[in-house]
Write a protein that binds this ligand. Structure first.
Ligand SMILES: [Mg+2]
Length: 270
């Protein structure tokens, strides 16, 4: 295993390259997964180090599957760039901006909710309406494998769900618009928009692999150095560890890594 703390010299080279950006997923990365989405909290240690780093780095950004407004509340650090719904929306100048190409999917999601609600809600599945996307939560149910199958089956029979891509994450299923916007494209946009020469991306789930891939593709050239960090635990899909450059074991080690960054990044960047 390519353990991050066993490769600190390499990491140091990347994080001390200027301008360096710190980009991360939220749930399962800087916040422990909880039985319900509402119970998830960013750890105080992560918050403290992010607060301290935000003024010293040209970019500190979160890219989450949650809505940008919710991500901002959850992380609660001023100056972090908040990207929600896998990059379909961004918190900019005090408000949420949804990408124009995602807007036409809002009515289609409403139709999917109408169709799938009567089938899945009696099984205990809860729906999270994300405007241009829809998440099915079933983590707390005792028969969750069965329910997961039922969700996938209902989606495959639903005409309203047909235009959407189906994402299967750690314990949720999600309908997403078939747009070329993802955590990966968002990451690339941030790196280019902030003219970064180096970046770290941390994530724990299948949607993060797309960000790993984009970061690794950008790192092919001599102009940019990126490190894809997989945050792994018992539930982590194996491909997360396979595709990451370096690994951290769980949120507590992410916190330790942020603490190390806090000590390593100079008070004023050159
Ligand atoms: Mg996550």
């Amino acid at each position: 295993m390519n353990y991050l703390f066993a490769n600190l010299e390499l990491v140091k080279k990347v994080v001390l390259t200027h301008p360096f950006g710190l980009i991360f997923d939220v749930d399962g990365t800087i916040a422990e997964i909880a039985p319900t989405a509402e119970a998830v909290k960013v750890t105080p240690g992560c918050q403290k180090h992010l607060k301290s780093l935000v003024g010293r780095l040209p970019l500190v950004a979160a890219i989450s599957g949650r809505l940008a407004r919710v991500v901002r509340q959850l992380v609660g650090v001023e100056g972090v760039v908040y990207n929600g719904n896998h990059g379909l929306e961004q918190w900019i100048n005090g408000k949420v901006e949804v990408r124009p190409e995602a807007q036409s999917y809002v009515a289609k999601i409403a139709a999917a909710i109408k169709e799938l609600g009567p089938v899945l809600q009696p099984l205990g599945v809860t729906f999270e309406d994300k405007g241009a996307g829809l998440v099915f939560h079933y983590r707390t149910l005792p028969n969750r494998d069965e329910v997961r199958e039922a969700i996938l089956e209902a989606i495959s029979r639903s005409p309203a769900a047909r235009p959407f891509n189906i994402d299967r994450a750690r314990a949720v299923i999600e309908l997403r618009p078939p747009l070329e916007i993802s955590k990966g494209s968002m990451l690339k946009e941030l790196i280019q928009g902030y003219h970064l020469k180096a970046a770290v991306y941390m994530g724990d789930d299948v949607a993060d692999i797309d960000a790993f891939d984009n970061l690794q593709a950008l790192s092919q050239g001599a102009e940019f150095r990126g490190l894809a960090i997989g945050v792994v635990g018992e539930e982590t899909p194996p491909e997360v560890a396979e595709r990451a450059d370096l690994l951290l074991r769980g949120v507590s080690e992410v916190e330790a890594f942020l603490g190390w960054l806090d000590e390593t990044i100079p008070a004023t960047s050159p």
